[in-house]
Unconditional design. Structure first.
Length: 310
């Protein structure tokens, strides 16, 4: 994929991220920080790109002109959909933007609607496990630690899949893990509480998707569900370090938080997450073979089923 196509797709993603105009200042700052962190992986000035989008110095006609193939246009649309759905169901402003983007890119309406429906289902997966026995069960300390490590390895494996929807699956899997941990300590958590917990710890839902998908895009290892392959499969080449580390850190922080009766304040949560995240990054290479092996068994077409039963 040529650089101008990468830039155009990232532009579409950033336009989607700011489409509803209601992003929290913390999330905006996180998106800008991610743009800076990704800058070293490409010659694209991503920080300037964020400013161009915020100041409305980019247009859909120019974006479309930079995407020379139907596959790249399809991928741009799919990634924009995932950005809008990453933090939950789409707002009216986001739906309107996606329709405008779809029409500007010339994406087939039927294909677009089918993908949007899959992404919407992923965004709305219930946080409580489908099996009543699993939902009511509690876990001891060793079981929780195992559940955290298993979830981190699974998310690392999911991140090795090249499909645009795969990266989005990481978020509900993380939310499901926090729910299970809270349940084990007697807390019945809802989606709103878990989203607040993740945001307080320093994990923005939209920004997390942007970072992980952006890395795969810049590495030429991302493909669309409805389009052709863009780059290699990436099961061996793409680093899954951030998805593994962030899931592991979230799980451990959640264990400390709920085991201690939710006494940690916002700064303590962020400090604990940052510290454990650094430790988790050093564990990645140890468990990478397990992630690679698991990735080879995953069916990208059944990601929704995987999230629902995990």
């Amino acid at each position: 994929m040529i650089e101008q196509e990468q830039k155009a797709i990232l532009t579409a993603c950033l336009m989607a991220a700011f489409a509803d105009g209601n992003k929290h200042a913390r999330e905006r700052a996180e998106i800008k920080s991610i743009a800076e962190s990704l800058a070293g992986e490409a010659s694209i000035n991503l920080s300037a790109l964020v400013q161009d989008v915020l100041l409305k110095r980019v247009s859909l006609p120019a974006l479309t002109a930079a995407l020379s193939t139907s596959q790249s246009r399809q991928l741009a649309y799919e990634m924009a959909v995932c950005v809008c759905d990453a933090d939950g169901a789409q707002s009216p402003a986001e739906r309107e933007f996606l329709i405008t983007l779809r029409d500007a890119l010339g994406v087939d309406a039927g294909t677009a609607e089918a993908f949007a429906a899959e992404a919407e289902k992923m965004a709305e997966v219930p946080i409580a496990p489908m099996t009543p026995v699993a939902a009511a069960s509690t876990m001891g300390r060793e079981e929780i630690d195992k559940a955290i490590l298993d979830a981190a390895i699974l998310n690392g494996a999911v991140e090795l899949l090249p499909e645009s929807l795969a990266t989005m699956a990481i978020i509900p899997l993380q939310m499901r893990l926090v729910y299970r941990i809270g349940k084990s300590y007697g807390y019945e958590l809802d989606r709103g509480h878990i989203k607040d917990f993740l945001a307080t710890a320093g994990v923005g839902l939209t920004s997390q998707y942007l970072e992980q998908a952006g890395r795969k895009l810049l590495g030429g290892l991302l493909r669309g569900v409805g389009g052709g392959l863009l780059g290699g499969l990436g099961k061996q080449a793409v680093s899954s370090g951030m998805s593994f580390a962030s899931t592991y850190a979230l799980g451990q922080v959640a264990r400390h938080y709920y085991a201690g009766g939710r006494t940690l304040n916002a700064q303590m949560l962020r400090d604990a997450f940052s510290e454990i995240l650094g430790e988790a990054k050093t564990l990645h290479s140890r468990y990478l073979p397990q992630m690679q092996a698991q990735a080879r068994t995953l069916d990208a077409g059944r990601l929704l089923n995987l999230v629902q039963r995990s």
